[in-house]
Design a protein around this ligand. Structure first.
Ligand code: ADP
Ligand code: MG
Length: 419
C-alpha cells in the first residue's frame, strides 16, 4: 500500500472513529459502594487500553431506595399528587444528578480527574414535552472541553434542557438514550451499556434460566426485542446508535464477560455476519389489554381519534363487524372515555401479555406461526390474537401464562443451543 493511500485511510478512520468510549452504568450498577467500585474499575480499564471514557449514570438503586427516582416522585405526590409536569421533571432529574456526583467523587477519591455535567450542561437540547422530551440536538461543547483537558466527564443520564433553560426528562430508558446520543455526537468508538446481566440473552434470564447470551446481534433485531418488551436496552437508544453507526456493547458491571456487540450485519468493521438462526430471541410485554370494538367499516375515524389521544395500539385485526387491538393498561381509562363519548360498543380482556419471537429470517420461512400455535396449544395455552411483521411474530396470551409460553417457545426453537 503506498503512503498516500495509507494516509488517506488513516484520515478516513479518524473521521469515523475517535478514542472516546461512552460507558453507561445502570441503576443496579451504581447502587452500592462495592458496585460503584467495580464500575470505576471498568472506567480505569478503558483508560489503560488507551480510551477516553465518557461516563453516563442512572439514578442510584430502584424504587424504595432513598435516592431512586420513584422514591422522589412518591415523596412529592404524597404532598400533592397533581405536581406540575415541569416541576416534576426538575425533581425527577435529581436522582441522576446525585448519582453522577457520587460516581465522579468515587473516581476523584481514587486519584482521577473527573467533572460532573447535568444533561443540559452536556448539551442535550430537547423540546418541552416534560416527562418524555424529544431531542432537538446535541451540542457537547463542555464535554469536549473536558475530554481535551483529560478530565473524565460524568454525565447525569435521562435528562436534557429546553432552549429556554427548563430541565426535562427523556422518559423510560432515558439514560440509555443519553449514552447513545453522546456516542453519536462525539463519534465514539463504541457505547458500552453496563447492567446486571452478561449481555443480550435469547430471553429474559429471570424467566428462562437457560437463556443463552448472544455474542453478536444486529441493531434491527435488538431494536425489535426492545420494542417488544426486553427491557435490557431502550429501543430509542438502539435507533440513535444505528443512525450514528456507533457499536453498542452490553456488559455486566460485576463480571468480565465480553458481553453482546450490537452493530450492523455484514459490516466490514464489525466482522458480524448474519447467522442461520431462525429465531434470535423472545420478549414479552405485560399489562396489555385486548379491546374488541363492535363497529362497521363506516366508523373509520375512531382510529384517528384514538391516535389523536396519543393512545398507541397494536396487534390490530380488522373484521367487517369488529375491530380488535391491544393497548397498554395505563391507557385504558383514556380509551374507555373516548369510546363511551363516541357511543361505541366494546369489550375488553385485561391482564394479557404479548409474547413475541424475533428473528431476521422469520418472514421467509413458512410454518413458523403454525409451530408456535401448535407448541402453545399442546401445552394448554390459549392464544387470543396473533400478528406477524417483517421479523417478529407476536401472540397475545393470559399474563399468568406468559412465563410458561416463553419457556415453551424457547424450547421449541432450541434457543439454549445458540452460540
Ligand atoms: P439497568 O438498570 O442496568 O438499566 P435494566 O433493568 O433496565 O437494567 O435491564 C437489565 C434487565 O433486563 C436484566 O436484569 C434482565 O432481567 C432484563 N432483560 C429482559 N430481557 C432480557 C434479555 N433478552 N437479555 C438480557 N436481559 C434481559
Ligand atoms: Mg435500563
Amino acid at each position: 500500500m503506498n503512503d498516500l493511500l495509507r494516509f488517506l485511510l488513516y484520515r478516513i478512520e479518524r473521521v469515523v472513529f475517535t478514542n472516546i468510549l461512552v460507558q453507561k452504568f445502570g441503576g443496579t450498577s451504581v447502587s452500592t459502594n462495592e458496585r460503584r467500585n467495580m464500575a470505576v474499575s471498568k472506567v480505569v480499564n478503558a483508560i489503560e487500553e488507551g480510551f477516553m471514557p465518557v461516563v453516563v449514570v442512572s439514578a442510584i438503586g430502584r424504587s424504595g431506595d432513598p435516592y431512586a427516582t420513584d422514591t422522589l416522585i412518591n415523596f412529592a405526590k404524597s404532598i400533592n399528587k397533581d405536581i406540575p409536569r415541569r416541576e416534576l421533571d426538575i425533581l425527577m432529574s435529581c436522582g441522576e444528578v446525585i448519582s453522577s456526583v457520587i460516581f465522579a467523587n468515587t473516581l476523584i477519591g481514587k486519584g482521577y480527574k473527573a467533572k460532573v455535567f447535568t444533561g443540559g450542561q452536556a448539551g442535550i437540547i430537547t423540546d418541552d414535552n416534560f416527562g418524555s422530551a424529544d431531542i432537538i440536538r446535541v451540542e457537547p461543547k463542555y464535554i469536549l472541553d473536558s475530554i481535551n483537558q483529560n478530565i473524565i466527564p460524568v454525565i447525569a443520564g435521562f435528562q436534557g434542557m429546553t432552549i429556554d433553560g427548563d430541565i426535562t426528562t427523556l422518559g423510560r430508558g432515558g439514560s440509555d438514550t443519553t449514552a447513545a446520543l453522546l456516542g453519536e455526537a462525539l463519534k465514539a468508538y463504541a457505547v458500552e451499556i453496563y447492567t446486571d446481566v452478561d449481555g443480550i440473552m435469547t430471553a429474559d434470564p429471570r424467566i428462562v434460566t437457560n437463556a443463552h447470551i448472544l455474542k453478536k446481534i444486529s441493531y434491527n433485531e435488538v431494536f425489535q426485542m426492545a420494542e417488544q418488551g426486553a427491557k435490557v436496552i431502550h429501543p430509542r437508544a438502539v435507533e440513535i446508535a444505528m443512525r450514528g453507526n456507533v457499536p453498542l456493547i452490553i456488559k455486566n458491571t460485576m463480571t468480565d464477560s465480553p458481553g453482546t456487540i450490537i452493530t450492523q450485519y455484514n459490516n466490514a468493521y464489525s466482522n458480524i455476519y448474519e447467522t442461520d438462526n431462525l429465531v434470535t430471541g423472545i420478549a414479552n410485554m405485560n399489562n396489555r389489554v385486548q379491546v374488541i370494538m363492535e363497529v362497521d367499516s363506516d366508523d373509520k375515524d375512531i382510529f384517528e381519534k384514538i391516535a389523536e389521544s396519543k393512545i398507541s395500539i397494536d396487534l390490530i385485526n380488522i373484521f367487517p363487524d369488529k375491530k380488535i387491538f391491544t393497548i397498554s393498561e395505563s391507557d385504558l381509562q383514556k380509551l374507555e372515555e373516548l369510546l363511551k363519548s363516541n357511543i361505541i360498543k366494546y369489550n375488553i380482556r385485561k391482564n394479557c401479555s404479548k409474547v413475541s419471537i424475533i428473528g431476521n429470517k422469520i418472514r421467509g420461512v413458512p410454518g413458523v406461526m403454525s409451530r408456535i400455535i401448535k407448541a402453545l396449544s399442546k401445552n394448554g395455552i390459549e392464544i387470543y390474537q396473533t400478528a406477524d411483521s417483517h421479523n417478529t411474530i407476536s401472540c397475545l396470551v393470559s399474563q399468568d401464562k406468559a412465563d410458561k409460553a416463553i419457556k415453551i417457545l424457547h424450547d421449541e426453537f432450541k434457543l439454549e443451543n445458540y452460540n
